[in-house]
Design a protein around this ligand. Structure first.
Ligand code: BGC
Length: 767
């Protein structure tokens, strides 16, 4: 018999007893606002929801909101539901008329104050809220989120969000459209750059770190922003990897794979949630009663507001669910979207819908109340204007140092044959080859802000020059990123022949990942693979640095390269951070948060897949496999090398058996793992804990990451890393539409290691 945690059954002591687990947990515990410390555990959020516990919410301003609601006309109410672009003409008049609630995309204090003054002149003087995509920095561009996931260190995301919030808030921005926590198994999808990879736990812990970094204890503070978990829900799994495309998922897949990250953000107090462009099992996310109202608002108790994505309400028409704009407004508002971004159907048709009884005043008031709740909490009523004289115009040296540190921590050493890396600082000549070697733009990544991307990033060639000032450092492009001209290969080879070592910098331009940037072929674009081959042909020592926003297929050339450093889109200090790793000032310790397929034909490929009834068997034809490829990826989730070596012991458990009811009451099993630096220099290792339930009522993934910790160890040093796993780590959500979380007795396999392919396992019996 299983123990069922339906949201209708209270789970004894859940809120109090659940401690933070894993690295995400330990690090986040320190950063968490005291009041949120137990509630906000990314892992515990699921259990709290299962037990019917609601997200913390914010009810400090209900009296003031009620007083305002009483005075508001229908048009003024609908005005709060409208967000328009700051670049659109006539927004000051709209604000003055009370027909505007929010502004997207303004990034200067003067522009923001101008519009805000107009809103303050409206009949009720309700301030606007200014939102912007501060995704991986505002002035100081940090590495893209996928890179940050590679750090397996949530402090990285906390730092990025803290700096981004401070810089953006100084310009009058009060709300960011981040974190993006869409689990994705689709490397063709360009927006994989914006998430934390293919695992729900990773997206949950990094999402929560971002929420904390943006919002702090109180997003009403002058250096904080309201956060927005997006894109709700399951946006990361578009068919064919094409952006905006169809998503069709079972309820259990939705709840186990896609929802936990949003849930964790909501339980961490995330102020707002953005609906996604995709359909979810036939119903567009913008008209989805089940995800928006039943789950988000009712089950989880989310009391902030749901914003549409850019014209997402209007898009219900081409989706094929709304006949016209009025229909779109009816469906979307009634499903639970509270504010419309850019398109104007709520404002245009809301009054008619009310008059016709197709929208209730109760629902309209609820939407307005949610928006005002966030505006009050953001301190907009007390502090509507920003001090223009305090606006920041450039990154500080301290923030640049943070960005450099974060970028270096986020790099993954994929290959290092014969200790090709680190490079000796005594080297006398270095050829930097490849079209991204002197780049100062693309290193910023796909979601750099306008202001951030106007500041040139430190190029890799400049970073190398600064690291080895005594060396002769040359730059030769060899090719462009996407073109087919190979006439530069000869010059690149000459440069390689003339140098002690060559650093080949290849990859994607920033606009090849991000929104609306799906690719069907995710190899190196253009002739860059040929350029790598051309350098290999010289027979001279070389290493490859990859700059990219998604996993790439590199099987066709990776064995030619003595070393490959995955640097992702590393941000403003990218060149310095790459040099830090190349020359060993930083020993790389990142791990892949996403699988690198061998070819696109393997997609979707992800470590947390289910087993088939015919698992791969090399001796049998009739098993699940390809005739022309191994099943596994080229580089798996959790994989990454170091300049030193580590051993990770088998896991030992504090008990071999626990009852389901004890676990339900908050009991936990402690998992201890000994990690030893067996090499000759200090370095970082990421200890990873996976669970598997081999016999369950619903087929379970072969492994699920449930905890990790990145540790730094001196050469020869050893430490014991301890984790605590509880019901939330072992149970799963069923297909029950109403939300049922079960923990089924039986054996559980608990794996420990430094990559997802670990076979080092201990067994826990749940009775
Ligand atoms: C994107 C969102 C973004 C919004 C506002 C949309 O196109 O999907 O992620 O927040 O634009 O810039």
């Amino acid at each position: 018999m299983s123990v069922s945690f339906t949201r209708r059954t209270a789970l004894k002591g859940a809120a109090g007893a659940i401690a933070l687990t894993g690295a995400g947990g330990a690090e986040l515990a320190a950063a968490a606002p005291a009041t949120a410390r137990t509630l906000a555990s990314p892992a515990a959020a699921g259990l709290l929801a299962a037990a019917g516990r609601k997200a913390p919410g914010n009810r400090r301003f209900e009296g003031k909101i009620s007083a305002l609601l009483k005075q508001m006309t229908v048009e003024e109410k609908l005005g709060q539901l409208q967000m328009r672009g700051g670049w659109e003409a006539g927004m000051d008049a709209e604000a003055r008329a009370g027909r505007l609630g929010a502004i997207l995309g303004s990034d200067s204090a003067a522009a923001i104050n101008t519009l805000q003054r107009a809103a303050l002149e409206s009949r009720l003087g309700i301030p606007l809220i200014f939102g912007l995509d501060v995704i991986h920095g505002f002035l100081t561009t940090f590495p893209i989120p996928l890179a940050q996931g590679s750090s397996f260190d949530t402090r990285v995301a906390l730092t990025d969000a803290t700096v981004g919030a401070r810089e953006a808030a100084a310009s009058g921005i009060r709300w960011t459209f981040a974190p993006m926590v869409d689990v994705s198994h689709e490397p063709r999808w360009g927006r994989i750059a914006e998430c934390y990879g293919e695992d729900p736990y990773m997206n949950a812990v990094f999402g929560v770190a971002k929420v904390r970094g943006y919002q702090g204890d109180d997003y009403g503070a002058p250096d904080r922003l309201a956060a927005c978990a997006k894109h709700y829900a399951a946006y990361g799994q578009p068919e064919g990897g094409r952006d905006y495309n169809t998503v069709d998922v079972s309820e259990q897949r939705l709840r186990n794979m896609y929802l936990p990250s949003y849930m964790a953000c909501v339980y961490a107090g995330c102020a707002t949630v953005m609906a996604a462009f995709n359909t979810i099992s036939g119903v567009p996310a913008h008209a989805n009663v089940h995800t928006l109202t039943e789950i988000l608002k009712q089950e989880w108790g989310f009391d902030g507001f749901v914003v549409s994505d850019y014209t997402g309400v209007q898009e219900l028409i081409p989706h094929g669910i709304a006949a016209d704009g009025k229909d779109a407004a009816r469906l979307s508002l009634n499903a639970g979207v509270d504010q419309e971004m850019v398109s104007t159907n709520f404002l245009t048709y809301g009054a008619e819908l009310l008059a016709e009884g197709k929208l209730s005043m109760e629902r309209l008031d609820d939407a307005v109340r949610r928006i005002l709740r966030v505006k009050f909490a953001a301190g907009l009523f007390d502090r509507p204007l920003v001090d223009e004289s305090a606006e920041l115009t450039a990154p500080s040296a301290a923030d640049r140092a943070r960005a450099r540190n974060v970028a270096a921590r986020s790099m993954v050493l994929l290959r290092n044959e014969g200790g090709a890396l680190p490079l000796a600082k005594t080297v006398s000549s270095i050829a930097v080859v490849g079209p991204l070697g002197n780049d100062t733009q693309n290193l910023h990544g796909s979601w750099a802000t306008v202001k951030g991307s106007q500041i040139p990033a430190v190029s890799i060639v400049d970073g190398i020059k600064a690291a080895v000032p005594g060396a002769n450092v040359t730059f030769t492009a060899g090719s462009t990123v996407t073109g087919d001209d190979t006439s530069g290969f000869g010059a690149a080879q000459d440069a390689a022949r003339a140098a002690d070592v060559t650093v080949v910098v290849v990859g994607e331009t920033a606009d090849l990942s991000g929104e609306a940037s799906s690719r069907s072929d995710i190899g190196l674009p253009g002739v860059q693979a040929g350029l790598v081959r051309a350098i290999a042909e010289t027979g001279r020592p070389f290493v490859v640095v990859l700059i990219n926003g998604r996993p790439l297929t590199i099987a066709d050339w990776h064995e030619l390269a003595p070393a490959i450093l995955e640097a992702w889109d590393p941000g403003i200090e990218g060149g310095n951070a790459v040099a830090d790793v190349l020359f060993g000032a930083v020993n790389p310790g990142g791990k892949l948060p996403v699988s690198f397929p061998r070819t696109v034909g393997q997609i979707p490929i992800y470590y947390n897949h289910e087993n088939t009834g015919r698992p791969f068997d090399p001796n049998s034809k009739w098993t699940s496999k390809y005739l022309d490829l191994p099943n596994g990826p080229l580089y798996e989730f959790g994989f990454g090398l170091s300049y030193t070596t580590f051993t990770v012991s088998a896991p030992t458990l504090s008990t071999s058996s626990l009852s389901a009811s004890a676990l339900q009451g908050g009991a936990r099993v402690q998992v201890s793992v000994q990690v030893t630096n067996t090499g000759s220099q200090a370095g970082d290792e990421v200890v990873q804990i996976y669970v598997h339930d081999p016999v369950a009522s619903i087929v379970q993934p072969v492994k699920r990451l449930r905890a990790f910790r990145r540790v730094t160890l001196a050469a020869g040093a050893s430490t014991t890393v301890r984790f605590r796993l509880g019901a939330e780590d072992l149970g799963y959500w069923t297909n029950d539409y109403g939300g049922e979380f079960v923990l089924e007795p039986g054996e559980f396999h608990i794996y420990a290691g430094n990559t997802s392919s670990t076979e080092s396992v201990a067994t826990l019996t749940v009775t």
